[in-house]
Design a binder for this molecule. Structure first.
Ligand code: TMP
Length: 210
């Protein structure tokens, strides 16, 4: 039996309140309607252990170093238990956040040294002579006023969502900067538009998969 070709690894990112969950749910349904077998998962989390780490990360006070290490601990488990097996089976992985979030939140938002980020990324994601990374990353981008207004309407806020305006502004700037330096992999989607316009742009990205 020939082994299936490797699936595609897609990550979805954005500042808190950017509408990522809505777009992710739509994209999941859209890809499945094309007959694509996919696994939707998330970080931090995605495994039994990762979900326990997520609960700590979203609720408990901790140092920046602890926060960065736990994000990558969750990622190490997630890669080996969920992401790599799914890709090897030929399935697509639709991942709600991945390492770009650590770059944006821990480096951009909190000021983690980017050399420490790069060391952790290398340690956890090195495979052979390269890094395992998403094939495509979508950053849903909205102005801060839009995301802040959405969060003001929302349920109980977690430790990241409770951060001040300046923190979220730094996270957004770091995402946009990362997109500039990784333009072959990352696409910034203007999410400050109608759902119909955003969905048309997403559909256009996958026209090859009819
Ligand atoms: P979510 O609200 O998109 O589910 O993500 C949970 C929070 O975790 C979100 O505020 C961003 C934050 N986060 C980081 O700070 N670093 C990371 O590496 C990841 C994956 C998420």
């Amino acid at each position: 039996m020939t082994s299936p070709s490797r699936g595609r690894f897609i990550s979805v990112e954005g500042i808190d309140g950017a509408g990522k969950s809505t777009h992710l749910a739509w994209l999941n349904g859209f890809l499945q309607s094309k007959g694509i077998a996919l696994v939707q998962t998330r970080e931090p989390g995605g495994t039994e252990l990762g979900e326990k780490l997520r609960a700590l990360l979203l609720n408990d006070a901790m140092t920046l170093e602890t926060e960065a290490l736990l994000m990558f601990a969750s990622r190490a488990q997630h890669l080996s238990a969920v992401i790599e097996p799914a890709l090897a089976r030929g399935e697509w992985v639709l991942c709600d956040r991945f390492s770009d979030a650590t770059y944006a939140y821990q480096c951009g938002g909190r000021g983690l040294d980017t050399a420490k980020f790069a060391a952790l990324e290398h340690w956890v994601q090195s495979r052979g002579d390269g890094l395992i990374e998403p094939d495509l990353t979508l950053i849903f981008d909205v102005p801060l006023e839009v995301s802040q207004a959405r969060m003001a309407d929302s349920r109980v806020l977690d430790r990241f969502e409770r951060e001040q305006h300046d923190f979220h502004a730094r996270v957004r700037a770091a995402y946009l900067e990362r997109a500039v330096h990784n333009s072959a992999r990352i696409r910034v989607v203007n999410a400050n538009r109608s759902l119909a316009d955003i969905q048309a742009e997403l559909a256009e990205m996958f026209t090859d998969y009819e």
